[in-house]
Design a protein around this ligand. Structure first.
Ligand SMILES: [Zn+2]
Ligand SMILES: [Zn+2]
Length: 239
């Protein structure tokens, strides 16, 4: 956190250096990211991502959208618009926040975007099948996504019974866990552990972690078997 000198913010452990929540999903033919937060540009530079086919969005909060402008680098390399997938709520925010990319009189150097509206119906991006999962961020609907054996959920504090069915059977999942103290719109560490245990997903990685949670190494050692804190640069492979 800007201006904070707590033990996490001043830690020298690389795993305590967290940028905004996002993942990159890659198959043999297709590469996509989930969300473009304010750190999107640096994340793509750091991971040396040369090619990107699409962005899919979870919800319209700024920490998940703000970096979208930088997809223009991929427009430049691929010479085509970036495919975006968002529900109607997020689409509204994208059109508002990035109005200059959606006008008829486009000036040079702005991102070229091709917007696809998604619902809860499964869809494909290239050869990657995606099942949207509705979760709740207080009163805001947020899209979680299942990619085959893997489920990604961020910014939730409630999941309806019917949507839990879509997660069951996953080999691994990412779930948000903000801190130990109660929060109005995010799962706490304890709530996230309970959710993973209820869903019986054998491997889970927590994301969207606040500096208030504590040091990575200390919290990691308190977690039940199969549950870990995610960290920037973590890679998971599914065959
Ligand atoms: Zn701090
Ligand atoms: Zn968020």
């Amino acid at each position: 956190m800007i201006g904070c000198d707590c033990e996490v913010c001043s830690s020298t452990d690389k795993k305590d250096k967290r940028l905004r929540a996002s993942i990159l999903v890659r198959s043999a033919k297709t590469t996509l990211v989930v969300d473009t937060g304010p750190d999107f540009r640096y994340q793509m530079l750091r991971q040396k991502v040369k090619h990107l086919d699409a962005v899919i969005f979870t919800h319209p909060h700024k920490d998940h959208l703000a970096g979208l402008d930088d997809v223009k680098a991929y427009n430049f390399h691929a010479k085509k618009p970036m495919n975006l997938y968002a529900d109607s709520l997020t689409e509204e925010a994208l059109r508002r926040d990035f109005y200059y990319a959606f006008t008829d009189t486009k000036y040079p150097g702005i991102p070229e975007l091709s917007l696809n509206t998604i619902t809860l119906d499964p869809f494909m991006v290239g050869d990657i099948p995606i099942v949207p999962i509705l979760v709740w961020h207080l009163k805001m609907p947020v899209m979680g996504f299942r990619f085959g054996k893997f489920t990604y959920i961020t910014d939730a504090n409630r999941i309806d019974e019917s949507e839990k069915e879509k997660i069951r059977g996953s080999e691994a999942m990412v779930l948000n866990a903000l801190r130990k103290q109660k929060h109005i719109s995010h799962f706490t560490l304890e709530e996230a552990i309970e959710m993973v245990e209820e869903l019986k997903v054998p491997k889970a990685y927590f994301t969207h972690i606040s500096h208030q949670l504590g040091l990575h190494a200390e919290i990691e050692s308190e977690l039940p078997d199969g549950i870990h804190l995610a960290y920037d640069g973590l890679e998971l492979e599914f065959t």
